[in-house]
Write a protein that binds this ligand. Sequence first.
Ligand SMILES: [Zn+2]
Length: 374
Amino acid sequence: MVADASLLAKLSGQKRVKSFLTRAVEGGRAAHAYLFVGAPGSGKLEAAWALAQALLCEDGGCGACDNCMRAARRTHPDVHYYTPESATGYLISQTRELLEDVALAPIRAKHKVYIIDRAEQMRANTANALLKTIEEPPKTVTFILLGTSTDTILPTIVSRCQCVPFRTLPLDESAQTVARATGVDLARCRMAVAVTGGPNAAIGFLKSAERQEARRQMLRAIDMLKRSDEADILLSVRDLLGVIKAPLAELKDAQKAMLDRDSDYLSRGALKQLEDRNKRELTARERSGIMEALACVRSLLRDVLLLVQDDAASIVNEDARDIACRLAEHATCTGIVRAIEAVGDAEHRIARNITPQLTCEVMLFDIRKALLCP
Ligand SMILES: [Zn+2]
């Protein structure tokens, strides 16, 4: 029985998903592969962990046993979480590692769960190797794939999974969830949800002084554009990247300590593999910090667009209303739309591994041009 203390029972915001999954678990009719589809921030990952907990617990999710506790802390060794390790998608080595692992017996529970995030980033070469396993996994294995839309996921994958649609949560509903969890005022929660895309990411953002500082730096750089020459722009980008990279030093140290500890008994090949993975993790973290800073710019520019049409408009970045108003004073709608396009271009460049410094400089020059010379 799915108990009240389980993650599944506590799932909020997705009533239909919750009752669908609860019925499947209680009826012993869980599928071997699920595809959770919905917008970022609709709670797919939380639901995946909730389902994993219910499948791993011998009582279907009591919320209290060792399996349930470990799943609730997201540290259960029989739940494997995968996310693309390169900017362009899943690596073949990741698929290979997953397939090798599927063949092994569970460690603590009687069941294993594989959560595969951003399933749209599985391209044909990596997905093909997985198809047969997803179609007929060992009886003790369940796959949960997460994606934003079935249109962007390979049809051969979609057809092998039970699809579960998630509804898009309205901004205010998400902001209220964040406010309840953090005690932060509603206006700031709305901003955090708008920037990060969902309630859980927003909670993480509001708890991180560094990420909020990166936003401040980014907004300041935009605010100063009118008075900035090229040297100012280069400097402000350098400062911004410094803030984004600062927390990575800690991760780097932790990685190095782990390598030193393992270097005695790992083969040279295994060490090299570990080093490569560490490097990819650092790059991925830096990239997501920059993407977040870009999301802050986009969100601010949307507010500017609203203010150009109505200077009393309700906006998302209430704490930066003065900046948004200053920008709105000189800008035209066409100019702001062009500036928003410049943010989109920057996102594409980052996704294609173009250096962050250059990408952000180009974006700021483009935004300055779009806002000041309409
Ligand atoms: Zn349990």
